[in-house]
Design a protein. Structure first.
Length: 406
């Protein structure tokens, strides 16, 4: 009903010529979840009614959004605003299909945002995020783990107590820890915990390092020596084990937490335990999501497009998403609201985010992911040593980046 009323009001404003001095419409492409879409449509209706400018929103899956926008924008078209994850900023900026925002928005307004919510590439601002996060955390079953481990020594101790073979068939029926063991994205926090990272600021891979060797060796130790992790493990297996109460802890992101609630798991969130041997916290990648402006827009439309973008990233709108989705606002003041501070899951997620690292937005990251996967999985299968794997990751990454830049 609210949307019908807003549409009728907007139609009347247009009929009366209320938007003659501005654009007739603004289009936003996005990849929000169904609950997020409902919030987006609602707040866009409010802004449209107040400004006499129609706002059209169009949902696309993440990869479809990326490819469709590239095709449309290269041809001179596309939406005025595109909303999505920060890792699309590097490719879009290199292609020249999103507009630099430096000087477009007052610096005093940018001061209201967490620095990770202001996504830059090659020193220029291209995206303003309305949320930060989408990062991995330690999720623990409170019935099995009343207090989460603070470091890896405690993790192994608790894991050993929880990993039990209840029916005596030689295979544990419950495990201390599970996660998507096979994917490099889930390996990255441990890489950071041993002092490493995937690339330097210039986009050069940094994988052939002692830190990579030590992190790979540690994961093999957890599985083969400490034996608190199943021998065979991927995302679906890990997720099912935790939902069934057959794992005390899992490393996973916010996309999974609703499923654990539906499975009636009384769970909490905590930081992935500090690596005892290094004294460093694991560093999951933190990925903002936000808005960028199409490079093809009519300059006469800029004022209204910027006004809409600032409204969509305002504290009140960010908190509207937090109420529905449990997202972490990028606006510093919004994080002081009781909606955030009174929610133990959000506050625990923020604590993990504070020791995470922003996901690189450079185009080279995709090549690095592709280079890491085969050697990483070869280590897990026992066909390659951690030392050889680190060297092979680096070699493959350099090769793929060179091919990408040809």
């Amino acid at each position: 009903m609210k949307r019908i009323v807003a549409f009728m009001a907007l139609t009347l404003l247009i009929a009366l010529g209320g938007c003659e001095s501005g654009p007739k419409s603004i289009t936003v492409w996005h990849q929000m979840s169904p609950d997020g879409r409902a919030v987006l449509d609602s707040v866009c209706d409010v802004w449209a009614t107040e400004h006499g400018i129609a706002v059209t929103t169009l949902y696309k899956e993440t990869e479809e959004l990326r490819s469709a926008y590239q095709t449309a924008a290269v041809a001179g078209g596309g939406p005025e605003l595109i909303y999505g994850p920060s890792d699309q900023i590097g490719p879009f900026s290199v292609m020249g299909i999103i507009k630099p925002l430096d000087g477009v928005i007052e610096d005093s307004l940018l001061d209201d945002f967490d620095k990770m919510g202001l996504v830059r590439f090659e020193g220029r601002l291209y995206q303003i995020a309305d949320r930060i996060g989408n990062h991995l955390c330690l999720v623990y079953n409170k019935e099995l783990v009343p207090e989460p481990p603070k470091n890896t020594d405690e993790l192994i101790e608790i894991g050993n107590k929880l990993t039990v073979d209840e029916n005596g068939d030689g295979t544990p029926d419950r495990y201390g820890l599970v996660w998507n063991f096979t994917e490099p994205y889930f390996f990255v926090p441990w890489l950071g915990g041993f002092g490493g990272w995937v690339m330097d600021d210039a986009g050069r891979p940094t994988l052939n390092e002692v830190s990579t060797v030590r992190a790979l060796s540690f994961l093999v130790f957890l599985r083969d020596s400490a034996k608190i992790v199943p021998a065979e493990l991927d995302y679906d297996i890990a997720d099912a084990l935790f939902k069934e109460g057959r794992a005390g802890m899992i490393i996973n992101g916010p996309w999974s937490w609703g499923g654990y609630k539906k499975a009636n798991i009384d769970y909490g969130l905590a930081r992935i335990p500090m690596v005892s041997s290094t004294g460093k916290w694991p560093t999951p990648m933190v990925s903002p999501k936000g808005y960028s402006i199409n490079a093809n827009i009519d300059p006469a439309m800029m004022g209204d497009i910027v006004d809409l973008m600032l409204y969509l990233t305002s504290p009140e709108v960010q908190l509207a998403y937090t109420r529905v989705l449990g997202t972490i606002p990028s606006n510093i003041e919004a994080r002081k609201d009781p909606v955030v501070t009174d929610d133990p899951l959000i506050t625990a997620s923020i604590l993990q985010m504070e020791v995470g690292r922003q996901m690189p937005v450079r185009p080279e990251l995709r090549a690095i992911w592709d280079a890491m996967r085969p050697p990483y999985q070869a280590v897990l299968s026992g066909s390659m040593s951690p030392t050889d794997a680190a060297e092979e990751m680096q070699s493959l990454a350099e090769k793929k980046i060179a091919e990408m830049n040809e």
